[in-house]
Ligand binder design. Structure first.
Ligand SMILES: [Zn+2]
Length: 280
């Protein structure tokens, strides 16, 4: 288990498990001869991807950032991607129950980021975290209903029942949810994907989500084929690195199977690299 102390906050990295993504889609226009030096690829050209969530204890709140794939994936999707469904066990092993979670923040609503928002109950679904307030951007929720290029990645049962019951709040742009925990929109992967900023004791950590999905995607131009607005991904990364490198933020990676977080630095050749912090 990975834990990190950020000022007065305690961060615990947990995972819904490992799933499989097409290597070409994961690395976009980057030639395979380059990306296969960094990640293992199987006979079907798939690469292992993590489903990393972070639990943040602030003293007053217990916050869950992102909820993985969950256990409701249609059979065909589960065959393609896998459905490890580990998150609740890992939450429990880390010492938390679903009732402990007071806030859930989804960076966006693709199936691999909000699957455990809800669980099956009878013919419908119920919130997996019954006491929690859930947050996502209103623009992302609207986009989830537009059935565009990424329409297959959206399942309404992960969020619409929460919006209808008032348990999920739809945000309009950057917003401080509770002191020290805020969201900031970084367009590129989708128009309204939000990163989660944690600030305590003069330190900053950022769950940057699919803007920089793994430590193998640090180069500005190593943009995923899934991204709807790849040029905006590059601009958003420039904006992110300008602050994250200079101010030594901890960057939390949503899909890295080995490294949930790292300090991102520029080496002597101006290339980005991830520097692993000490762990317990
Ligand atoms: Zn996504």
């Amino acid at each position: 288990m990975h834990r990190f102390t950020l000022g007065d906050f305690e961060l615990t990295a947990i995972s819904d498990g490992i799933y499989h993504l097409d290597g070409g889609a994961f690395f976009g226009i980057v030639p395979k001869v380059l990306w296969e030096k960094k990640v293992a690829v199987d006979a079907e050209n798939r690469v292992p991807a993590g489903l990393n969530s972070v639990v943040v204890r602030t003293g007053g709140e217990t916050v869950l950032i992102e909820t993985g794939i969950g256990n409701k994936l249609p059979k065909k999707m589960a065959e393609i991607y896998g459905q490890p469904a580990r998150l609740l066990e890992e939450l429990n092993a880390a010492g938390f129950s679903p009732e402990d979670i007071s806030l859930v923040i989804n960076t966006h609503l693709h199936f691999d980021h909000c699957g455990w928002n809800t669980v099956r109950r009878g013919s419908g679904v119920a919130p997996a975290f019954p006491r929690a307030k859930y947050y996502v951007q209103e623009g992302e929720w609207k986009h989830a209903h537009e059935n565009q290029r990424d329409g297959v990645s959206y399942f309404t049962e992960n969020y619409d029942p929460l919006v209808e019951s008032g348990q999920m709040t739809l945000l309009r742009g950057n917003h401080e949810i509770v002191p020290g925990i805020s969201v900031e929109v970084f367009p590129g992967h989708t128009r309204d994907m939000q990163a989660v900023m944690l600030r305590s004791g003069g330190q900053t950590a950022c769950y940057i989500s699919d803007l920089i999905p793994t430590s193998a995607h640090l180069d500005l131009n190593w943009v995923m084929g899934f991204d709807l607005y790849p040029l905006e991904t590059i601009e958003s990364r420039k904006r992110y690195y300008a602050r994250a490198v200079a101010e030594k933020w901890l960057t939390m990676f949503t899909h890295d199977p080995n490294l949930p977080w790292a300090h991102v630095e520029k080496d002597e050749n101006e290339r980005m690299r991830a520097n692993k912090p000490g762990q317990i």
